[in-house]
Design a protein around this ligand. Sequence first.
Ligand SMILES: [Zn+2]
Ligand SMILES: [Zn+2]
Length: 88
Amino acid sequence: MSRATLTGRAAPELGPGWRCVVVDCPHATTTVHLNAGPVQLTDTDAARVALARHDPAEGCACTRELRAHYGQPTLSERAAAPPRRRRR
Ligand SMILES: [Zn+2]
Ligand SMILES: [Zn+2]
């Protein structure tokens, strides 16, 4: 069974309010930088966004347990986290 791990930290090097969240699984690592502006993101919010990003980007299902634990991101959380990579 493959499992993903999720780590989050404040990222003051990017500016106030930024967080860096890393989803790591045996297939790929997704790093997401988040800044919700005036709204303070919680670790749970950041985790949801990072998990939602990882699966379609990497095409694996290692985060299933984590997603079940954290739930899906809300619309406002999606808006708070613009994609790092553009799809063409
Ligand atoms: Zn994965
Ligand atoms: Zn995987």
